[in-house]
Ligand binder design. Structure first.
Ligand code: ADP
Length: 426
């Protein structure tokens, strides 16, 4: 018999006793009323005790009682105990999480929907100079670099933004935001001081070496030309040696020129003007025809817009010349190369399309890397430095433009430069 049934049987037995005594004494009604009152009082007393116990949190051992009330106390006590255990476990987990994030070498800050700081780890407090009391403060009020505020507002967090640490300008940080949950964002900052230092050293080294190579190269070229002039052609070995030496020095000169241009693109401040692209393209196409000695009908220039672009003319000239040079270089001498300047879907686009050897799909993402040259078996040897497309990529980046490459092996390639329409200036 469970407690509930026991309670019922007790009540029934009491009622039976009252009925018998009441029947014998003729006092059934008063006795029944007394019994009901008694039961009611007992329940009220129990409810009161229970309420007192639960009001104090139900943490203490429950009062001694019997029957259904003992069961109720026991169940509530057990639920409370389990809850306490769960809370303890959760607390331990939160502690462990806190300890691990505190120990992280990278700075981490949790931002709320209004850019307010919800939580920051030790590294974040150190590199951003945050205090415990800054919790709830809006982060743009504390990290005031315009590039950071622009990045935060942009909502486009695909790439990191590079900033100096607000407390120590010698520390360079790569700051990145990751969105999660409902409107929450995690700001991560990594110390990239060493990386940036190495990058600077690499740039300086390349710039210095390239610069230093210029003089010996000019001297070499000068003497070679003199020697070639003196060559009477009697020794074929000497003649071919001179030719090869000249070819190699020219190649080296191109390499040095390209490296110096890349260094300039990486380090120099942008100078901008309104560049007349149609006129520039006409000049480049004419020069390409003369330089390559190719059939003038090979290059088909189509100017569908008169759009001028805000930019650096010399840089744009280098980029476009490289694209056109490649198109002519990597396609048969009798094939057509189309150059098209037009507007499309909010962009101003330059297409340089050839019907040449094309690029393998696996090579396409790599051709803009420095010194990358795809290995294709060619009938004639095609010279190059592997720096042309790296220059194109850099120039376009400096003009907020993107390079798109569509190519198929054996069919040809189309290199498209997409300039944002906001760059138009005429
Ligand atoms: P380079 O032409 O001096 O080798 P680039 O950086 O200009 O260097 O080009 C890198 C590589 O991309 C080239 O070696 C070539 O394999 C490939 N490439 C570039 N343009 C074209 C093109 N129009 N058609 C086919 N392959 C190309």
């Amino acid at each position: 018999m469970d407690v509930w049934q026991k309670e019922l049987v007790t009540a029934l037995l009491l009622f039976l006793a009252v009925s018998i005594v009441g029947g014998m004494t003729g006092l059934f009604m008063p006795l029944a009323l007394l019994l009901t009152l008694g039961i009611l009082m007992r329940q009220l007393f129990q409810i009161n005790r229970f309420e007192k116990w639960i009001r104090t949190g139900g943490r203490a051992k429950y009062p001694k009682t019997t029957g259904i009330w003992e069961e109720i106390y026991y169940h509530v006590y057990r639920i409370k105990k389990n809850e306490k255990k769960r809370k303890k476990k959760l607390g331990k987990m939160v502690d462990q999480f806190r300890q691990s994030t505190e120990a992280l070498p990278d700075a981490a800050v949790v931002l709320g929907a209004n850019d307010e700081i919800e939580w920051a780890n030790k590294a974040a407090r150190e590199v951003f100079g945050l205090q415990q009391s800054d919790k709830g403060q809006r982060i743009p009020n504390l990290i005031r670099f315009p590039e950071f505020i622009r990045y935060l507002k942009s909502g486009n967090y695909n790439e990191a933004v590079i900033l100096p640490s607000p407390v120590n300008h010698r520390i360079t940080l790569a700051v990145r935001i990751i969105t999660y949950g409902a409107g929450l964002r995690l700001l991560l900052a990594q110390d990239v001081t060493q990386l940036k230092k190495m990058e600077r050293m690499r740039k300086d080294f390349v710039a210095n070496v390239s610069h230093e190579l210029r003089t010996p190269l000019t001297v070499l070229k000068g003497y070679l030309e003199t020697l070639q002039d003196m060559d009477d052609g009697e020794s074929p070995l000497l003649t071919t040696s001179f030719q090869q030496m000249q070819g190699q020095t020219e190649r080296m000169q191109h390499l040095v020129d390209d490296l110096l241009l890349l260094t300039r693109l990486e380090t120099q401040q942008k100078k901008t003007e309104c560049v007349n692209i149609p006129v520039l393209l006409i000049q480049i196409c004419k020069e390409a025809e003369t330089l390559n000695g190719s059939d003038p009908a090979r290059i088909k220039l189509s100017l569908e817009t008169d759009a001028h672009i805000v930019g650096e003319e010399q840089e744009l000239r280098s980029a476009f010349t490289n694209l056109l040079g490649n198109a002519l270089k990597y396609s048969p001498d009798d094939s057509v190369v189309k150059v098209r300047w037009y507007r499309s879907n909010g962009s101003i686009v330059l297409d340089v399309e050839d019907q040449g050897e094309g690029i393998a799909a696996t090579d396409i993402p790599r051709v803009t890397e420095r010194f990358y040259r795809s290995e294709v078996k060619r009938v004639k040897k095609v010279g190059g430095t592997g720096l042309g497309l790296a220059i194109v990529k850099h120039v376009l980046m400096r003009h907020d433009a993107k390079l798109n490459i569509v190519s198929e092996l054996g069919k040809g390639s189309c290199f498209s430069c997409h300039f944002p329409a906001k760059r138009a200036c005429n």
